[in-house]
Design a protein around this ligand. Sequence first.
Ligand code: ATP
Length: 310
Amino acid sequence: MITSTIASHSALQIIQGAKKEGFKTRLYVSPKRKPFYASLPLLDELRVTEDMSKILYDEGIIIPHGSFVAYLGIENIERSKAKFFGNKRFLKWETKFELVNKALKKANIPQVESFDLSEVKDNELYFVRIEGPKGGSEHFIAYGRDLEEKLKNVRTPYKIERFIDGIFIYVHFFYSPIKERLELMGVDERLVIADANKRRPFKALPYTIVGNKLIVLRESLIPEIYDYGLAFVEAMHNLEKPGIIGPFALHFAYDGEFHCIGFASRIDGGSNVNHWYSSLYNGEEIMMGLRIAREIRLALEEERLDEVIT
Ligand code: ATP
């Protein structure tokens, strides 16, 4: 059995996990990234191509990650006859505000407050979120008085959010249909360029994500977060059959209360940080990529592969 993915985002932990579980590994890589990926002894096959859509005809098990929708387009993924690990129809849910709102509402997860342009106050600071996961690079902050002018150049759908003076945490879950269990795998925070404001007085800087840092939560916060995870799994089970299979993440701002700012409907880049929470379920610290490969192996052993692929 071979597992395939695209060389970016979280491909490293995906192929490492697949290899550890005894699968062969195949990567689709663009020519300019070839030297690094070709140096990895973990790889059985490297397909060097500018055209990532070739993966849609792959005969192995495809493990999608955060670059898939951007590279391939959601319609092409949903139309593809290839075997995807997870529910391929769940992938679109993070990409549109309308779907994000619908999912979070159904799960009863409190969302960050958002405003119409007509409601903003001149001297309040706002966070403008641009639709679609793009690693944070297009979001920006502005005072109410400047918003109308700044939004004139914005062509993509946006959301004017309350600027939250708080901590941003990204919670990584794995839902196992084989074990019928939701596992808390880890928590991270993003390192963004705007963090430089910690070292220099206020200046509008980009929210481009550069990396991730492990976070350990105050233990008393975990049960509430886990309940949100369970509610989200249940909501998606009703909204997009067969529901969530495998990895997802809930993204929160916390200022004494949790405000959900979005989610990842696939392995989240922040799970590239190894976290000991995964050992609570798996006996040892394991990465999300390995957890995915284990689910595939378990499903194969129990002849239930059709329950983890779509
Ligand atoms: P990713 O796809 O990796 O999750 P993204 O585009 O969804 O990125 P977010 O993770 O939602 O972007 O936000 C990036 C960063 O922007 C956060 O870590 C936080 O520093 C800041 N941020 C997000 N929402 C707000 C908000 N409402 N108020 C203040 N800062 C915010």
